[in-house]
Design a protein around this ligand. Structure first.
Ligand SMILES: [Zn+2]
Length: 285
């Protein structure tokens, strides 16, 4: 073997473990009642939390992470500062090592409310805080995160300002819609050619303002996941939205009926689904 070949061989041996640090991506949707919280564990053994549940369930999100042996978050994404998505940050940020915190950069200070004032103090002044906007791409543990929405913080702090993110690893893709509505669906359909995703985290808890037939046709999800608590909020999910999802041919999983939903994917996009029917409010999770 020549010296040059030895050098190439050495570089390959050093870089291979970095490329193939793991062989599965898992995306877990926690049952946080009428809220959102999704734990992404990457093949490179990194963890990203997208939303943190509400003020009641946030403590249990923290317990879930601790029980799963997760001591550190590589990123925490707060899709928008509504309490059912952001409430849990008051537990997570105070109890865990969190490398980066992202939100949509909306003008929370303009809202005259104690929740948002506390949110500003904790999140916006956090040392690892940065706002996210459309076009931003980041990679964690080999997984690519494409931010599709909002164009800027000007879209506001409410549902239409939600951060929409598409995860991509190998042939697997998962589109997380947070509380985005049909106006956001239309905007991202115009902007992006490629939206097809194996998993769709349904927007706005399956409300009537989400999952247009056109959008479902473009995304073509094999699995749709809905974070919902129908017994507490009977208007969610909307019956017509359920009908459109059914007509699209996808398999629907719901946190209120399936509990904690984990989708494991390999690099070829093959998926394995695990569900655990235990409420996030249970003593043992
Ligand atoms: Zn919500």
């Amino acid at each position: 073997m020549t010296t040059a070949k030895y050098i190439i061989f050495f570089i390959l041996m050093v870089s291979l473990p970095l490329c193939y640090a793991g062989d599965t991506l898992s995306v877990t949707f926690l049952d946080v009642g009428q809220g959102d919280s999704c734990v992404v564990r990457t093949p490179g053994n990194k963890t990203v939390l997208i939303d943190a549940g509400d003020l009641a369930s946030g403590w249990n999100v923290l317990r879930y992470l601790n029980n799963a042996g997760i001591r550190k978050l590589d990123a925490l994404v707060i899709t928008h500062p509504h309490a059912d998505h952001a409430g849990g940050v008051f537990f997570i940020l105070r109890q865990m090592d969190v490398a980066a915190v992202y939100d949509n950069g909306c003008d929370v200070d303009a809202i005259d409310d104690d929740f948002y004032r506390s949110y500003t103090r904790l999140v916006r002044r956090y040392v690892g805080y940065k706002p996210l906007a459309q076009g931003r791409v980041f990679a964690i543990g080999g997984v690519r995160f494409d931010v599709l929405w909002p164009p800027s913080g000007d879209e506001g702090c409410a549902n239409p300002g939600s951060i929409v993110v598409r995860l991509k690893w190998g042939k697997f893709a998962c589109l997380c819609m947070a509380d985005a509505d049909v106006t956001v669906e239309r905007a991202i359909m115009e902007k992006y050619k490629r939206l097809s995703s194996d998993v769709l985290k349904v927007g706005h808890h399956g409300g009537k303002d989400t999952c247009s037939a056109d959008f479902l046709k473009r995304v073509e999800p094999e699995i749709a996941v809905m974070s919902v608590n129908e017994s507490a909020r009977p208007q969610y999910p909307d019956i017509q939205t359920l009908a459109r999802l059914k007509a699209s041919g996808c398999r629907l999983l719901r946190t209120d009926t399936d509990g904690i939903i984990t989708i494991e994917a390999d690099v070829e996009g093959a998926m394995h689904i695990k569900t655990k029917k235990v409420s996030i409010y249970a003593e043992k999770i």
